[in-house]
Design a protein around this ligand. Structure first.
Ligand SMILES: [Fe+2]
Length: 269
């Protein structure tokens, strides 16, 4: 669980780095399952763009630990703390990046969406080797929209961004550069602007996605918008899929069933 101080940090800056959240055994299992998924992704998809990114979800029987990780108290309790006790577990994902940069972007464009991502890097990283860079406070307005006025050198998939060869490179944007050691977990708001610079071959990132159960009309509209964003992402990365084993919920996990019902209602499933 997060302390009051950590919660305030997260609320104000839009991210929090949690040191030593995972032990060696957990890292080992995650790495082994990551490699199972990576083989699948390498066989079935191509690395995309300057990011040289492979992206897939680990929600099937060949990655059982990562398929059920959203239900682990360790993550879910924190997600519930931040998302007003109404966290919905949405995906367990993995990325391998072989490019040396990830362009600046937020993870959602839906205005009334409240969600977060846990990022688990399967190697130690610093600002020159691809650790996450963030713009503290950019999960909130006006900074969130102001950032779009910046001319960037390149952008992977945000059409509203002005990009051209004279724009700023990833490392030219003033930012907070995290430093990640194996076992650390970073959590950040889906609206926060983030990027990375200096990674090399096969930089490994596991991510877990949660969002707040949408209730109001505006929240539901944003959730429907997020479904469209997920579909667009799937057109580029076809392995972003909730495996039938996950949606069938054979183990009858009550929490997961609630999530599945809501994901169905909103249109994800
Ligand atoms: Fe991202």
């Amino acid at each position: 669980m997060l302390s009051k101080q950590d919660m305030t940090h997260y609320e104000i800056f839009g991210f929090i780095l949690m040191k030593n959240m995972l032990d060696q055994k957990e890292i080992q299992v995650m790495t082994s399952e990551f490699e199972t998924g990576l083989t699948r992704a390498e066989n079935q998809t191509e690395r995309t763009s300057f990011r040289k990114q492979l992206n897939w979800w680990n929600m099937g029987p060949d990655t059982p630990y990562l398929a059920s990780i959203l239900e682990q108290d360790k993550f879910l309790d924190i997600a519930n703390q931040v998302l007003e006790g109404e966290a919905i577990g949405s995906f367990s994902s993995a990325n391998s990046f072989s490019g040396n940069r990830t362009d600046w972007h937020p993870d959602t464009q839906a205005k009334h969406w409240k969600g977060l991502k846990f990022g688990v890097y399967l190697q130690s990283l610093n600002e020159n080797t691809g650790a996450l860079r963030v713009i503290p406070g950019s999960h909130k307005e006006p900074l969130h929209s102001d950032f779009k006025k910046i001319r960037l050198k390149e952008s992977f998939n945000i059409s509203e961004m002005k990009t051209d060869s004279g724009g700023l490179d990833v490392n030219e944007i003033p930012a907070y550069n995290t430093r990640i050691e194996l076992g650390d977990v970073i959590m950040f708001d889906n609206h926060l602007w983030h990027g990375s610079y200096g990674g090399s071959e096969d930089r490994r990132l596991v991510t877990l996605g949660y969002f707040k159960n949408p209730k109001t009309k505006e929240e539901l509209a944003s959730a429907v918008q997020a479904v469209q964003q997920e579909k667009q992402a799937r057109a580029t990365f076809p392995l972003l899929a909730r495996h039938p084993e996950w949606t069938n919920n054979k183990g009858n996990n009550k929490t997961r069933q609630f999530w599945i019902d809501r994901l169905k209602y909103i249109g994800y499933i």
